[in-house]
Design a protein around this ligand. Sequence first.
Ligand code: NDP
Length: 454
Amino acid sequence: MSEYQIINPATGEHIAAVAATTLPEADAAIARAHGAFGTWRHVSPGDRARLLRRFATLVDSHVEELAQLEVANAGHTIGNARWEAGNVRDVLHYYAGAPERLFGRQIPVPGGLDVTFAEPLGVVGVIVPWNFPMPVAAWGFAPALAAGNTVVLKPAEWTPLTALRLAELALEAGLPEGVFTVLPGDGPVIGQRFVTHPLVRKICFTGSTRVGKQIMAGCADQVKRVTLELGGKNANIIFADSDLAKAAATAPYAVFDNAGQDCCARSRILVQASVYDEFMAHFETAVRGVKVLDPTDPASEVGPLVSAAHHERVSSYVAQSKVAFQGSVPDGPGFWFPPTVLETAGPSDVAWREEVFGPVVSVLPFADEAEAVALANDTEYGLAGSIWTRDVGRALRVARAVDAGNLSVNSHSSVRYWTPFGGAKQSGFGRELGPDALAAFTDVKNVFISTEES
Ligand code: NDP
């Protein structure tokens, strides 16, 4: 049996070995999940809600344990990891409110009664990346379970520990065996099996655009439903009339948070030319002040990259570019990378165009609103972005013109569990979180009952 060796990214130390699921084991788990669907879909809405609330409460009492596990496994700062575990709890509580509120409609028709039902789909395969192992898992499994589906979930090879712990908590909460199963394994083997297995009725995938395209093509064969949350190359657009000091002070965190391993990272900064120099002076001070520290230290703002292989990938982007200035990293072992600002020659620079997925940012000036929008949209991605201006009309015009799923004005916030989240263009389709996510885990069934006398 093959095993994954789990390494602490901050120290390079080996912390665990996790057995990789084999194909026969995955098939058996999918069959169990299909069997459990027959029961779970008929559990009364009130009981399903109670079980999900109990799961949420158990997560709440294990926030610290889950957070410490994520710090050790993924190198997340303890502050971020606590937020992430708390987000799982909140998402579970939010969707625990759904089973009793998921209902169909009655549509007036002659000669009878027409009603619709929100039917669960069956077994849902959730495939999770390594950058936010807990929240991204919960954004898939919580609404799927609330709507009456069962879930098989594949965490990323590098970061399976918190997902495995969440599966234990689900069982402890009383979710029946087979309703929520975590299967660590190779993407092209186990993830792919979710795609090809006829009993898996939907894939909920978060990851790279490259793999997302393969999944979508694979799903076509069985006309399998699919939700894709993919990469981003998000613009942070700063107009001359904005609160420049605030825009510059927050810009480092909008891209370097989670060491830049964030699909919503604002990794392209666009600054109006008339305030470019002033912005860069404030920005450099802010970047040099970012606290890249041991992630167990509560003062740490940025931790290490997730793995040696990913460190190599980020380094190769920086090696192809010219560095304008950088922050600092701690001495010693671990996959540390300093917050890095690149000199950007123009929009054809490789680091301007491609998702680096590390603490690396490019900055370009723009002349006017039209050029800012054109530059922001000059990418295959369309996930998120920020707009800094005091002109409310301009804020709305630009927000409507930028082709992305999640935009913030005078803020960098992209995620609230009760509002929809997802991408445009090659950042994917379908929406997670908020009320819209539930529709993606149900099918509408229409039933007509004749009232004619026989
Ligand atoms: P990958 O696409 O490489 O992997 C994502 C998941 O898919 C992993 O569990 C991986 O398994 C699995 N996988 C890999 N190949 C296949 C395959 N052929 N069939 C089925 N599953 C497969 O992405 P990363 O893990 O590198 O994650 C980073 C990416 O995720 C970034 O592009 C980022 O932008 C995106 N992302 C998007 C978010 C969004 O909401 N839009 C949120 C977070 C991240 P394994 O671990 O074995 O490789």
